[in-house]
Structures are given as structure tokens and as C-alpha cells.
Design a protein around this ligand. Structure first.
Ligand code: GCB
Length: 652
């Protein structure tokens, strides 16, 4: 696929969106304040109770949502956002499987409860895994899947009487089944000589702790009753003119007008349009470039949308501003192109993971991580192994960090997880994910899964369908999944645009023998490339390392071994990146929590930073490498040579 195709994708994309290919009802715009919209975060302390009853259903049997939680039994204070697992002193809560109950009162501004022209929406950023929501005891929403937002319009409930507050109850179940994403299984241990009656454990086939709870912000926001429900933007470039295709969905009125206005970073209007769809042309456009690829990376325009609509109560206006980066993405037989120039991913895989809060969103941690990424000279990461918080994606847009956006399709290894039920759910998850993240310029590729058993017979149909669906939802971006299967046996890779391969030479195989890495890695790359002639990303490689362990000559688990292993990989990557390898992502950015196992000394230690974000020796090695790669990109593949200034600011 050549550069021109990026344009084609963009055009077809706009058409398909126009046909309503996405099956989901409604948009999922990030709740931003504007002249017509307010937001009220409900973060802080919630009341909490885990249902320890034998069948875990006591909460439903006793209808805990009907009255304040304190009336149906004892409750704990629980911070939101946070996983519930690591904040307490009760070991049973850490490994709890089943329903937990959250509750809090929200004080409502008078206008919200009295002005019938105001729409009040409850939005839950992430509730892992299955959630049921009640407001004042009335069921308002249910959602499956722990990494994507969902909403409920609660206007009628809060406007039905003289209310100054409302009680929000959320029941969350972290049980995973072969049909959930990620999948899991519950294993009942029935040997009563070894286990008490009813004893069960949850097993998973992924390597991170199944943290649960309200992981992201819960908030209320308002819109007018006629409102901008969704915006879809795709961009293209013609000579030096930026093309911004937009499509806007309005709800709540049939009679409306839309005005759109594109502003540059100085606030100057550079293009204007009207109507629900159209194309804005930006002469001499500033393109959105990745970090370290241009002296002014991550240029963001603002698309201001104004809706004027007729409603029963008269005319109302709604305003929404969307950041827009103008850029193209395309894939050839051996290259990944951003704005028509070869892009080499040098970055990391991450996790949403930290001490105490688990997977709970945390601004200081996030800003620290982005500071570390930029210190490292990383220009990309993969959201292994689930979609991250929207604020993460916004910072990627802002800093020019390129993202491979991955679904929670991790651990698909059982035959049952290839059933139609699983596939249907996976298709829906891709719809939710594309709906949420489609407008981020930083997102350049979708990854539908990580390390599935893609050699199993049903994998061919499964991935063909899943990838085709994702491309139909968003024809403007390439699609992949991450494989660790044998190149001859993999039934899903024929459908991907870029091959993403994980390998752990001299770690899980031939451990201790770094001397075999170069041969094995070269064989890996050549086998895949000869078979498919598609660009390849080394999407994981790494070694477990306990910070402070030193052994010379290097032994496994020491900082020297991690460095040595990486260096062996780099020799081959340096050869192959001149041919068809388009990226390398270290496993992992930081140490992270996993299930307990004899192989995991309080979590996975393959981070180049500790869980507390302190560098191991390998971080300095990678830093040197990434800045060198960035300088090469700048010199040899200079996106806009004339616009690059000397060696500054890229020189290491
Ligand atoms: C992998 C997985 C990742 C694991 C990693 C490891 O291949 O994709 O989730 O954590 O290996 O450290 O074993």
C-alpha cells in the first residue's frame, strides 16, 4: 500500500461512517467543558462493600441499591479512581472474585435539576469488569468490559422532583469467563480433603494482575437537550494543504444548523464550514509529527463546533471543541509512513499499574511516565494489553507519542474463546474502542489482540472477521494483532497490515545463552518477511531484572543480563531496520503486578524502570539508543529537511 492509499482510506472512511457502519448507538465524546457544557467529577471517597456471601449474590437478593449502603450493613471507604485490591489490610479483598458495591451521593447544582433544557449524563470512565448502575435505586446502565467508558442519561431521574442530590450505586463484578475480554475461567476445587466446600479460583492466561474497581473518573456532565453527540475527523494532505474531513452527529432535534471553525495554535481561524459533514482545507498546514521527528512535533488545531437547534423549549446552542492533528498514515511492503515519511517505532510497552492504586488513574504518575518517555527518547508505545485512559491518549496527542492502540483481547488461548459469543463481544469492543479513540492523531494503528493461540483452527475466521470489521469501522488506520505463534502456523497474520512479533530469546528459551540471540532473531525476521512481505515490528522483547542485582559475567535476573540481552537484539534490529523492520518496543516500560506464581517475584520485573519509576541500567542503554535512532531519523529520513534546525534539539 503506498502513500496515496492513506488518502483513499480517509475518503472511504468518511463515506463508510456516513453509511452508519458502526453499530453502536450514540457517540462517546470526551466530556469537555464549554459555554454550553459543565462537568462535575465524582472522584474521592465512595462507600464500598464486597459481597463475601457464598454465591456472591446477597447484594441482589437484599437489593443493596434500594437504600443507602450504610443501612444494609458495614461499609468501607474506597478511593475512586483506584483498584480496590491493594488499598486495604484484608487479604481476602486483594484476591476477591465476585460482586463489589460502590456508592456515593452527588450534590447537584440547582439548574441541573430544574432546567428541563439541560441534559444530565452520568459517565463512568472504566469499571472492571461488568458493571450495573443505579441512581436513587433506579437501574440506569449496564456495561461489559473494564477499559472503555459508558454513560447514562439521568436527566429524567434528577429532574423528576425537588432534588438537591442523587445517590449513585455501582455494582461491579470482576469474574472473567472464556467469553469475556480478557478471558478467564473459574475453577472449582471439589476435593474436600484439600479444599473447603465451594472453594474456587479464577485462572487467567495473561500476565498482569486482574485489578478491579472504578479505575477512572466517574463524572456528571451536562449538555443542552439538543446536542453534539459525535464528531468524526479524518485528515489528509494534498501538497502542502491539509484536508480535514469532518462528520457530526446531532441528537435531540431534527432542525438544526452546524458551524465549524478550525483554529491554529495561536487561535487564528484557518478554515470554516457549515453542515453535518464536509472538508476543511488548510493551506500551508502544520502537520502533526511524532516526537523527535520534527522541530515542532504534535501540532494541534482546534475544531470548534457550534450547534444551533430548535427544540420544544425554543432555540438552544451547544459548543464542543475537538483537538485535531493533521497527518497521514500508510503502510508499504517494508515501511510504516507518517506524513509520507518512514517512521521507526522506538519505544515501549506499558501497563496501567502502580503501587497501592493498581490500575487507578493518577495524574502525577501519568505526567511522570510521559517525562520518562521523553527523557528516554521514546517516540511510541503500545497500550498493552487494553485501551488506556483517555487522558493518556490526549497527552500522546499533545507530546507526539505515537500509539498502537490495543484491545483487551489478551489471553485468547482456549477453543471456547473463539466461539461466536466471544467474537461478537470482541467486535463490539472494537466498536467501542474505535468510537472512543478514532480522533486521536497519535493513534496510528489498532491492535485487536495480544498473543492469541492463532494457530488454532478457528483463529483464521476469527481474525479475518475481526480485522475486516475494524477496518470497516476505521479505514484510515492499519490493523494488526501481536503474535507469538510460529510463522508457518499462524492463521491470523494473513489479515494484518503490519506483523507484530513478540519473542524472548535467551529468556524463555535457551535461558542464559545470549550467544544464540542473533541467529534466532535473524531467522525469526527472515521467516516472517519471506512469507508475507509486510513490515515487521518487534513488539516485545526483554528480560526479568531485579533492580540492584549485579552479576558480571551476566547472569539471569541481573541488570547486566538485561542490558546484554537487549544489546544482542539491537545488533539484529540495526541490520533489519534498514530492510523491513519498522519498530522495536521493549517489554516493559516498568515492573508491574501479576498473579502470584513461582516465576513472578512480586510481579513481572522486565521493566527498564522499577514499579516506582526508578531506572535500571537498561534504561540508560535504551536512552542512548533511542536518541541515536531519533537523530538518524532526523538526518536520513528527515520528514521536512528544510524545517529541521541543525542538530538541536535532537542531539543526544
Ligand atoms: C508476553 C506477554 C506479556 C508478558 C510477557 C512476559 O509475551 O505479551 O503480557 O508479560 O510476555 O514477561 O512474559
Amino acid at each position: 500500500m503506498l502513500r496515496g492509499l492513506a488518502g483513499t482510506w480517509a475518503v472511504v472512511g468518511a463515506l463508510l461512517w456516513g453509511c452508519g457502519l458502526a453499530l453502536l448507538q450514540g457517540g462517546m465524546l470526551y466530556p469537555r467543558e464549554s459555554r454550553s457544557r459543565e462537568r462535575k467529577e465524582l472522584d474521592g471517597l465512595w462507600r464500598f462493600r464486597a459481597d463475601f456471601s457464598q454465591n456472591r449474590r446477597q447484594g441482589f437478593e437484599q437489593q443493596w441499591y434500594r437504600t443507602p449502603l450504610r443501612e444494609s450493613g458495614p461499609s468501607l471507604d474506597m478511593p475512586v479512581p483506584s483498584s480496590f485490591n491493594d488499598v486495604g489490610q484484608d487479604g481476602r479483598l486483594r484476591s476477591f472474585v465476585g460482586w463489589v458495591w460502590y456508592e456515593r451521593e452527588a450534590t447537584l447544582p440547582q439548574r441541573w435539576t430544574e432546567d428541563l433544557g439541560t441534559r444530565v449524563v452520568l459517565r463512568i470512565g472504566s469499571a472492571h469488569y461488568y458493571a450495573i448502575v443505579w441512581v436513587n435505586g433506579v437501574h440506569v446502565a449496564e456495561h461489559e468490559g473494564g477499559h472503555l467508558p459508558f454513560e447514562a442519561d439521568i436527566s429524567r431521574l434528577v429532574q423528576s422532583g425537588p432534588l438537591s442530590s442523587c445517590r449513585i450505586t455501582i455494582a461491579i463484578n470482576n469474574t472473567l469467563s472464556p467469553n469475556t475480554l480478557p478471558p478467564g475461567t473459574i475453577l472449582y476445587k471439589t476435593d474436600t480433603s484439600k479444599y473447603p466446600k465451594g472453594y474456587f479460583v479464577q485462572n487467567t492466561n495473561f500476565d498482569f494482575f486482574n485489578y478491579a474497581g472504578l479505575h477512572r473518573t466517574v463524572l456528571l456532565y451536562t449538555t443542552p437537550t439538543a446536542y453534539i453527540d459525535d464528531i468524526t475527523v479524518t485528515t489528509d494532505v494534498d501538497q502542502d494543504t491539509g484536508l480535514v474531513n469532518y462528520q457530526i452527529v446531532v441528537q435531540g432535534s431534527e432542525h438544526f444548523q452546524l458551524e465549524v471553525c478550525l483554529l491554529d495554535e495561536e487561535g487564528t481561524v484557518v478554515a470554516k464550514g457549515t453542515g453535518g459533514r464536509g472538508q476543511l482545507q488548510v493551506p500551508s498546514a502544520h502537520l502533526w509529527w511524532p516526537y523527535l521527528m520534527h522541530e515542532h512535533p504534535a501540532y494541534l488545531y482546534s475544531l470548534e463546533v457550534k450547534l444551533t437547534a430548535q427544540t420544544a423549549a425554543g432555540f438552544v446552542s451547544d459548543f464542543y471543541t475537538l483537538p485535531v492533528g493533521i497527518r497521514t498514515v500508510a503502510v508499504t511492503q517494508s515501511q510504516f509512513l507518517i506524513n509520507g515519511k518512514p517512521f521507526y517505532f522506538h519505544g515501549v510497552n506499558k501497563h496501567e499499574d502502580a503501587d497501592i492504586r493498581g490500575k487507578g488513574f493518577d495524574w502525577p504518575l501519568l505526567v511522570k511516565d510521559f517525562n520518562l518517555l521523553r527523557w528516554l527518547g521514546a517516540n511510541a508505545f503500545r497500550t498493552s494489553h487494553y485501551p488506556y485512559a483517555e487522558e493518556v491518549m490526549q497527552l500522546c496527542d499533545r507530546y507526539g507519542i505515537v500509539v498502537i492502540d490495543e484491545s483487551p483481547g489478551v489471553g485468547i488461548v482456549l477453543a471456547q474463546s473463539y466461539s461466536n459469543v466471544s467474537l461478537q463481544h470482541h467486535l463490539e469492543v472494537m466498536e467501542e474502542m474505535v468510537r472512543r479513540d478514532k480522533n486521536h492523531p497519535s493513534v496510528v494503528m489498532w491492535s485487536v489482540a495480544n498473543e492469541p493461540a492463532s494457530f488454532l483452527k478457528p483463529a483464521g475466521y476469527y481474525f479475518k472477521t475481526l480485522i475486516a470489521h475494524t477496518k470497516a469501522l476505521d479505514p484510515s488506520r492499519p490493523v494488526t494483532f501481536v503474535t507469538n505463534s510460529n510463522y508457518e502456523a499462524d492463521l491470523g497474520v494473513p489479515y494484518v497490515d503490519v506483523i507484530c512479533v513478540n519473542s524472548y530469546y535467551s529468556w524463555y528459551h535457551d535461558y542464559g545463552h545470549m550467544e544464540v540471540i542473533q541467529l534466532q532473531l535473524a531467522t525469526q525476521f527472515e521467516s516472517w518477511y519471506k512469507t508475507y512481505q509486510k513490515p515487521i515490528i518487534q513488539s516485545e522483547y526483554g528480560a526479568e531484572t531485579i533492580t540492584g542485582f549485579h552479576e558480571d559475567p551476566p547472569l539471569m535476573f541481573s541488570e547486566e543480563y538485561q542490558k546484554g540481552l537487549l544489546e544482542q537484539y539491537h545488533v539484529v534490529l540495526d541490520q533489519k531496520r534498514r530492510e523491513y523492520v519498522v519498530g522495536e518496543l521493549i517489554w516493559n516500560f516498568a515492573d508491574f503486578m501479576t498473579d502470584q506464581s513461582p516465576q513472578r517475584p512480586i510481579g513481572n520485573r522486565k521493566g527498564i524502570f522499577t514499579r516506582q519509576r526508578q531506572p535500571k541500567s537498561a534504561a540508560f542503554l535504551l536512552r542512548e539508543r533511542y536518541w541515536k535512532l531519533a537523530n538518524e531519523t532526523k538526518c536520513h529520513r528527515s520528514a521536512v529537511k528544510s524545517q529541521c534546525v541543525g542538530n538541536s534539539p535532537f542531539t543526544f
